[in-house]
Design a protein around this ligand. Structure first.
Ligand code: ZN
Ligand code: ZN
Length: 357
């Protein structure tokens, strides 16, 4: 068993963190992957996982997360890749659940009971004041699922896209983009994302497809008037270059903001919205707290990116929307503002960016 596999296995044995105390005012989770938390990942992830399922189950985790996973977690300066492999209740479930993806995926839990239904995730979040969620698609299947879920669950709105690490792997990228385009018009699909650039996970040969995909999503966002939700990993300057060249949509969100204070200032100047994840609470991320400090509440969002990026003091444990209060309190501290004021700002920004729930 590799170190990475061992760490993933260790993590799965960790119990889910206890719920933090409730927030004084309601907020939203601007970026969550309920399907991955639930272990109902389908598409390539589920498929790959299913195929590997006969082998070491902890390897499945690594395999099924090659896109999204490495993605955001690696940004945590710490570079502790075991964060990514993350695990959570989902992982092994990904294998089994993925296969049943044609059914109602929100009901799916792992065959060993390790999964966590969407309804339970929503209820746990609501109990601590997180009463609205934005479910983010990362490929055709998860985008279709996200759009359907938002139609069915009032607390959930959806965004749809091909993840920047997914785009170069598609045999027919334009056909996949056409599906995203067809979903984009649905009334409860309120954002196009996560799209963008990821120079960490995608090699030289995939960059052209990645940028082509990013430009395609920008075009859809502008045409439909929906928010553009950007995944930017190690690609700050190029993200701005493409936005400048293509022309940015009216509403741009940088999800899991990972830049320094200078990049934050530039994004704020442009009117972009910065969404902070649990990484803002990490000891080794003072630059994120500085970035949050200079972001006005009207351009500030909070997210889990669950099941990844669990806030302190639970770093390394499975993440889910009910842990948002920890990140909100971290943001309030970084900004030197009362928690109530930060909650109010985040809610107002969320409703402006995504529209009313
Ligand atoms: Zn991302
Ligand atoms: Zn994400």
């Amino acid at each position: 068993m590799s170190d990475r596999s061992r760490r993933a296995a260790d993590r799965r044995e960790r119990p889910a963190p206890e719920a933090p105390s409730a927030l004084p005012l309601p907020v939203l989770d601007s970026h969550v992957h309920l399907d991955i938390v639930a272990g109902s990942r389908s598409t390539e992830a589920g498929a790959d996982a299913g195929r590997t399922a006969v082998g070491d189950r902890s390897e499945i985790v690594a395999g099924s997360r090659s896109t999204e996973a490495g993605a955001d977690a690696g940004r945590t300066a710490a570079g502790d890749r075991s964060e990514i492999v993350a695990g959570s209740r989902s992982t092994e479930a990904g294998a089994d659940a993925g296969r049943t993806a044609v059914g109602d995926r929100s009901e799916i839990v792992g065959s060993d009971g390790s999964g966590w239904s969407v309804e339970d995730q929503v209820a746990a979040a609501r109990a601590v004041g997180v009463d609205r969620l934005v479910q983010v698609g990362v490929d055709v299947t998860s985008s279709q699922w996200s759009a359907a879920l938002a139609e069915r669950v009032p607390a959930v709105l959806a965004t749809v896209a091909l993840h920047p690490n997914e785009a170069p792997r598609l045999a027919d990228l334009d056909a996949a983009l056409a599906v995203i385009d067809s979903l984009a018009g649905q009334p409860r699909v309120r954002g196009i994302g996560e799209t963008g650039l990821d120079f960490f996970r995608t090699g030289e040969d995939g960059l052209k497809a990645q940028e082509h995909s990013f430009r395609g999503h920008i075009e859809i966002a502008k045409r439909t008037g929906k928010a553009l939700v950007i995944h930017d990993r190690d690609a700050h300057a190029d993200v701005l270059r493409v936005l400048d060249d293509a022309g940015a949509p009216d509403t741009v969100v940088l999800h899991c903001f990972s830049g320094d204070v200078f990049f934050a200032a530039e994004c704020v100047r442009r009117g972009y919205v910065l969404s902070f994840a649990g990484t803002v609470t990490f000891k080794n991320a003072p630059h994120l707290r500085e970035a949050a400090a200079l972001t006005p509440p009207s351009q500030l969002l909070v997210e889990t990116d669950a099941p990844y990026l669990t806030p302190m003091p639970h770093r390394g444990a499975p993440n889910a929307s009910y842990l948002i209060p920890l990140t909100v309190r971290g943001l309030a501290e970084a900004k030197g503002l009362p928690v109530e004021e930060v909650c109010q700002g985040i809610s107002a920004t969320g409703e402006r960016v995504f529209g009313p729930w």
